[in-house]
Design a protein around this ligand. Structure first.
Ligand code: ITT
Length: 200
């Protein structure tokens, strides 16, 4: 079977594909449906934006879809970039520019005060039944390092060292990242909801 993940981010799509592949499920992303009208992320919370994407694309596709809204929350920056993580350095979503801005904002902050967390809210929506949306969250704690490490993953991964390890998310294999990440933690909760659903 197939699950549609309502994302244009190839890094996210790759992670979902790897997680669903373990259950024999194929993932399609919005990159497979270029004709759809883009849903604007006008919300002020991860949940609002994830609901907008899930409901908006489920309605257009007339299929159930899973949406992911995620971001990096840095304590010394009052939780920024947060829901603005994709647009931190301006519209257009440029990972290199976002990472450069993150480092410059933290230039006066000592290493021990660079604590952060990554957050994901996942929403699973069926077409035209927003009241039945399944909503789960996932987090991972860590800190922002001054020099990027690792070539795996995407986005802010080379700068995010996972608490309790000496590795950034970009130094982990895909399986290692999924075992500890915000997205992996949220997916494990969603799988539990799906199991409860089908056994009732
Ligand atoms: P979609 O909305 O199409 O899913 P997006 O990249 O715009 O794609 P978000 O609005 O959720 O997604 O923005 C998330 C931002 O956080 C974006 O800059 C990502 O690169 C970054 N991000 C999300 N998950 C990440 C992860 O696991 N590792 C590193 N960066 C991540």
């Amino acid at each position: 079977s197939t699950v549609v993940v309502a994302t244009k981010n190839a890094g996210k799509a790759r992670e979902f594909a790897a997680m669903f592949a373990k259950d024999g499920i194929t993932v399609k992303s919005l990159l497979d449906f270029p004709e759809l009208e883009s849903v604007a992320e006008t919300g002020t919370t991860f949940e609002e934006n994830a609901r907008l994407k899930a409901d908006g694309y489920a309605r257009q596709l007339e299929l159930p879809v899973l949406a992911d809204d995620s971001g990096l929350q840095v304590d010394a920056l009052g939780g920024q970039p947060g829901v603005f993580s994709a647009r931190y350095a301006g519209d257009g979503h440029n990972d290199a520019a976002n990472n450069a801005k993150l480092l410059s904002e933290l230039s006066e902050v000592p290493a021990e005060a660079r604590t952060a967390n990554f957050h994901t809210t996942l929403v699973f929506a069926k077409p035209n039944h927003p009241e039945q949306d399944l909503v789960v969250d996932g987090d991972v704690l860590g800190r922002i390092v001054g020099i990027p490490r690792g070539d795996n993953g995407f986005g802010y991964d080379p700068f995010f060292e996972v608490e309790g390890t000496d590795q950034t998310l970009a130094e982990m294999t895909a399986d290692e990242k999924n075992a500890v990440s915000h997205r992996g933690n949220a997916m494990r909760q969603l799988e539990q909801l799906w199991r409860d659903w089908y056994s009732n």
